[in-house]
Ligand binder design. Structure first.
Ligand SMILES: Cc1cc2nc3c(=O)[nH]c(=O)nc-3n(C[C@H](O)[C@H](O)[C@H](O)COP(=O)(O)OP(=O)(O)OC[C@H]3O[C@@H](n4cnc5c(N)ncnc54)[C@H](O)[C@@H]3O)c2cc1C
Ligand SMILES: *[C@@H]1O[C@H](CO)[C@@H](O)[C@H](O)[C@H]1NC(C)=O
Ligand SMILES: *[C@@H]1O[C@H](CO)[C@@H](O)[C@H](O)[C@H]1NC(C)=O
Ligand SMILES: *[C@@H]1O[C@H](CO)[C@@H](O)[C@H](O)[C@H]1NC(C)=O
Length: 343
C-alpha cells in the first residue's frame, strides 16, 4: 500500500528556497515538496549576486555555526565543480586577491582553512596596488546564478517536487493543504510573518564585458570588487541600509566604475552590459528555527530559513541541511504516516 507523503510547502524560490527544497528532496524522500514563490529566476535578488563564496559575517549568529555552514557549502559545491555537472550548474573555481589599505585585526579570517591555498600576498603582488599594504590570496568557488538557480529547479522537479508561481498573502492560506511550511521568503518575511528585524541593504552591481579578467580582486572593506564569471565580469558594489528602491542609480554606477578602474586599469573603458540592483535580506542573526503558529485553535508548523543578507551563496547549503534536520524533527515518524494513510 502506498504510504501517504508529508506535504511540505517552501515559500520562496530564490537561492535559499531552492537549495532548501533540493536538500529536502534528497534527504527526506517521505516528503513531497512544492516551492511557492512570487518570483523565480531570473527575477529574484539571488539573480543579482555575483555568487562568490567569501563569507559575510552575522554578528548575532555563532561563529562556529557560520564556520561549519561555510565549510559544508564549500565542500558540497567543490564536489559539483569537480563533476560532469559543473558546466550546467555554473559552478567554478576562482582565484584572486582580497586587499586591505591597512592590515585587518584578524589576518587569518575564520574561513581561511576552508578555501584553498590561503596565504598572505607577497610584495610583488601588492606592488599592483600602491594604496594597499596587505592582502590575502586564495582560491574559492563561484556560482553563476543564471545557471545555478535553473539547475536547482530542474533537480527539484526531477526528484518529484513542484514549483508554483504565486504570491502568498497569508501563510494561513496554506493550512490544511500542507503539513509543514518552510519559510524562505527573504525580505518577504517582513510582511508575511511581521518580522521587522529583517531589512533591505540595497546593492548595485555592473555586469561588464571584459573576458581578459580571470582573477578576482576584492577590497577587504567589502565595497569594491571585481569577480570574473562565465559570461561576464561583475563589478561592485554598493551597500545602502534600509533602502527599498530597486532602481539602478547612475551616480552609483559611476562610483563602481571609478573604484574598479582604480584597482584594475584595464576596466576603465569597459562596456557595461547591464546594471543590476538587489535588496539583501538582512538581519543581525540568521533565523533558522521551528515555529508553531496558533490561530483560532488551528496549528501550523513553520520552519524558518531567512536573513542571509550579503552572504547567502557562501552558506546556503549548510543552512539548507540544518532546515532538513529541523524538518525531520517536526514531521510525523514513518509509523505515524502509515497509520495516517490507513485511516
Ligand atoms: C548586489 C549583491 C551582490 C551579492 N553578492 C553575493 C556574493 O558574491 N556572495 C554571496 O554569498 N552572497 C551575495 N549576495 C547575497 C545573496 O544574493 C543573498 O544572500 C541571497 O540571494 C538571499 O537569498 P534568498 O533566497 O533568501 O532571497 P531572494 O533571492 O530574495 O528570494 C526570496 C524569494 O521569496 C519570494 N517571496 C517573498 N515573499 C513572498 C510571498 N509572500 N509569497 C511568495 N513568494 C515570496 C520572492 O519572490 C523570492 O523569490 C549578494 C547580494 C546582492 C544584492
Ligand atoms: C520575470 O519577469 C519578467 C518581466 O516581468 C516576466 O515576463 C517573466 O515571465 C518572469 N520570469 C519568471 C520565470 O517568472
Ligand atoms: C574529484 O574528482 C576525482 C575524479 O572523479 C575524484 O577521484 C576525487 O575524489 C574528486 N575530489 C573531490 C574533492 O570531489
Ligand atoms: C517568514 O520569514 C519572514 C522573513 O523572511 C518573516 O518576516 C516572516 O515572519 C516569516 N513568516 C512566518 C509565517 O513565520
Amino acid at each position: 500500500m502506498p504510504v501517504e507523503k508529508i506535504k511540505v510547502a517552501v515559500i520562496g524560490g530564490g537561492l535559499v528556497g531552492l537549495s532548501t527544497a533540493l536538500c529536502i528532496t534528497e534527504s527526506l524522500p517521505q516528503c513531497t515538496i512544492t516551492v511557492i514563490s512570487e518570483e523565480f529566476s531570473p527575477n529574484t535578488t539571488s539573480d543579482v549576486a555575483a555568487g562568490c563564496l567569501i563569507p559575510h559575517s552575522y554578528p548575532d549568529t555563532s561563529l562556529d555555526q557560520q564556520k561549519s555552514w561555510f565549510k559544508e557549502t564549500f565542500d558540497y559545491l567543490f564536489k559539483i565543480a569537480n563533476s560532469s555537472e559543473a558546466g550546467e550548474a555554473g559552478i567554478h573555481l576562482i582565484s584572486g586577491w582580497q586587499i586591505f589599505k591597512s592590515a585587518p585585526k584578524e589576518t587569518y579570517p575564520f574561513w581561511w582553512q576552508t578555501v584553498l591555498g590561503f596565504r598572505m600576498m607577497n610584495k610583488a603582488e601588492l606592488a599592483k596596488f600602491p594604496s594597499y599594504t596587505f592582502g590575502q590570496a586564495f582560491t574559492t568557488l563561484k556560482c553563476q546564478a543564471s545557471q545555478y538557480l535553473p539547475w536547482m529547479e530542474k533537480k527539484i522537479k526531477s526528484n518529484g517536487g513542484y514549483l508554483e508561481r504565486r504570491k502568498i498573502n497569508n501563510v494561513w492560506d496554506l493550512h490544511g493543504i500542507y503539513d509543514v511550511v518552510v519559510n524562505c521568503s527573504g525580505l518577504g518575511s517582513r510582511h508575511l510573518f511581521g518580522d521587522h528585524s529583517i531589512y533591505p541593504v540595497k546593492g548595485q552591481v555592473l555586469e561588464v564585458n571584459a573576458p581578459w579578467i580571470k582573477h578576482f580582486i576584492r577590497d577587504g572593506d567589502g565595497n569594491t570588487y571585481i569577480y570574473p564569471g562565465i559570461s561576464c565580469v561583475t563589478l561592485g558594489g554598493t551597500r545602502q541600509n534600509g533602502v527599498w528602491s530597486n532602481l539602478p542609480n547612475e551616480q552609483a554606477s559611476k562610483g563602481i566604475l571609478d573604484r574598479c578602474c582604480h584597482l584594475e586599469p584595464s576596466l576603465c573603458e569597459v562596456s557595461v552590459i547591464q546594471e543590476k540592483v538587489g535588496l539583501r535580506p538582512t538581519r543581525s542573526a540568521l533565523r533558522i528555527e521551528k515555529d508553531i503558529l496558533i490561530k483560532n485553535g488551528k496549528q501550523l508548523t513553520v520552519v524558518h530559513n531567512y536573513g542571509h543578507g550579503g552572504g547567502g551563496y557562501s552558506i546556503h547549503w549548510g543552512t539548507a541541511r540544518k532546515v532538513s534536520k529541523l524538518l525531520q524533527e517536526v514531521i510525523p515518524l514513518p509509523h505515524n504516516v502509515y497509520t495516517k494513510s490507513k485511516l
